[in-house]
Design a protein around this ligand. Structure first.
Ligand SMILES: [Zn+2]
Length: 451
């Protein structure tokens, strides 16, 4: 393994150059953005894989979906396991470019790394996979299946594809590299993803606005009704007060409160919401966020009773809770309310399942050892609130495969935000860890199948 780490160090200049080329392409696969850059990023990756010694490369084309790079390297021996490597080459839109310290698609050096849109999420992990293949000169000790998605951030028909076409995704373990470390320098395995559901709630009380002097006091104020309803979603401490949403103790690692405050940008003197550990509040318990509100704006407010108000709620729930069940708990709660005797119209929206990785299998053990060796530090176990819809599809396609979630991002990399950046230390260690993982996993797999 010492040799492999040295080999990776020798590859880093080339990997950095390829990461810069890839990050300079604005591969935003959202409506309203041009398709050519997405195609260009796809073509660049196919070329890089070919140069890395991958012979079998295909593209999967689905309706209204950027092409998926699919590639295979057959197992070197019949008793070697097959590992699926996942990441995505599309990126979030840059958002307001004035908030960026340098143009989002001009990779720019920052201390210890590079800044550009998508350079961490998830182009760093595309390059990490490539680095592992280069380190083994295209002949790793395991069979490999590569899935580089091109429209992960917006979502696409590909989410359902693996479950409908499982034969392509059969494997013994998968490395879902679309995340990273709790903090730079701390190798991290993500073991859970919270599920998500949306619910819209609206109130209509009057035909139209009415003078608040003449009618206020008796005419039912729709905004007040809505606010009273929203006020019941949390208790005095800020913990979710909707019954039936699972909340369990979090047994892995979490942020310190100071780290979390810094990451979230919480202003001095403002307390956090909820009680219990941060892991429980963020990962193994529910959260309800009011993400949108339709009501007159303060600047255009007339002195009138508001006839109509609407709110959109985003629910995050325990990785193992059924999405429909979790959503209906929130829907039922709202429907049971009658603020001032007035019913609410509650409409369930999209849901996405959570995911909980099984831990303790041979691939998990190999990954853990490889991560700790690559970073020279104890590994952390975390969950994340962000969902990766494809994980569930891949897990359905290969139900016996172990799912490993790690990668070169870190909590401070500003993903989806202005000034996204990646650190070379994390990228280098991720490549070393991927190499260590396939090496150990192949050896353990062979030993176990020989027994
Ligand atoms: Zn991503």
């Amino acid at each position: 393994m010492v040799d492999m780490a040295a080999k990776v160090d020798g590859l880093m200049d080339g990997l950095r150059a390829d990461l810069e080329r890839l990050a300079a392409i604005p591969s935003v696969a959202f409506p309203g953005f041009p398709a050519e850059p997405v195609q260009a990023a796809h073509d660049l990756l196919v070329g890089l894989l070919r140069q890395a010694g991958v012979a079998r490369i295909e593209r999967i084309d689905l309706p209204d979906t950027a092409p998926v790079v699919y590639a295979e390297i057959p197992p070197p021996t019949p008793d070697a396991p097959t590992v699926l490597l996942y990441s995505h080459y599309d990126v979030q839109p840059p958002g307001d470019e004035r908030l960026w310290l340098s143009p989002p698609f001009e990779p720019t050096p920052v201390e210890g790394g590079l800044r550009a849109r998508g350079i961490a999420d998830d182009k760093s992990n595309v390059i990490a996979h490539l680095g592992m293949l280069r380190a083994y000169e295209g002949r790793p000790p395991v069979g490999v299946k590569i899935v580089f998605e091109g429209q992960e951030e917006y979502g696409s028909a590909f989410d359902a594809y693996p479950a409908d076409n499982p034969e392509r995704f059969v494997c013994d373990a998968m490395v879902i590299a679309d995340l990273g470390n709790l903090r730079p320098g701390t190798p991290t395995l993500t073991t859970g993803l919270r599920g998500a559901a949306e619910v819209t709630v609206e109130v209509r009380t009057l035909q139209e606005p009415r003078h608040s002097g003449e009618f206020g006091g008796a005419a039912p104020d729709a905004l007040l009704v809505l606010l009273k309803a929203l006020g019941t979603l949390h208790d005095l401490h800020g913990d979710v007060a909707v019954s039936g949403l699972r909340r369990e103790e979090w047994t892995g690692t979490t942020y310190t409160e100071d780290e979390f405050r810094e990451l979230a940008g919480v202003r001095d003197g403002v307390p956090l919401l909820g009680s219990g550990t941060l892991g429980e509040r963020l990962w193994s318990g529910p959260a309800i966020t009011v993400i949108g509100l339709d009501a007159p704006s303060v600047d255009h407010a007339a002195s009138a009773v508001v006839p109509y108000a609407r709110a959109k709620l985003n629910l995050r729930f325990h990785p193992r809770q059924d999405p429909r069940e979790a959503q209906s708990r929130l829907v039922d709660h709202l429907r049971s309310l009658r603020p001032f005797g007035i019913p609410l119209t509650v409409t369930p929206g999209d849901t996405g399942p959570g995911y909980e990785a099984s831990t303790g299998g041979p691939a998990y053990r190999a990954a853990l050892a490889a991560l700790e060796e690559a970073w020279g530090a104890d590994a952390s176990y975390v969950a994340t609130g962000g969902s990766i819809p494809l994980v569930n599809g891949l897990a359905q396609a290969a139900p016996d495969a172990e799912v490993l979630l790690f990668g070169a991002q870190d909590s401070m990399c500003n993903l989806h935000a202005p000034n996204e950046r990646v650190l070379f230390s994390e990228l280098r260690n991720t490549v070393v860890a991927m190499c260590g993982f396939v090496e150990r996993y192949a050896a353990d797999f062979r030993r176990e199948s020989a027994v």
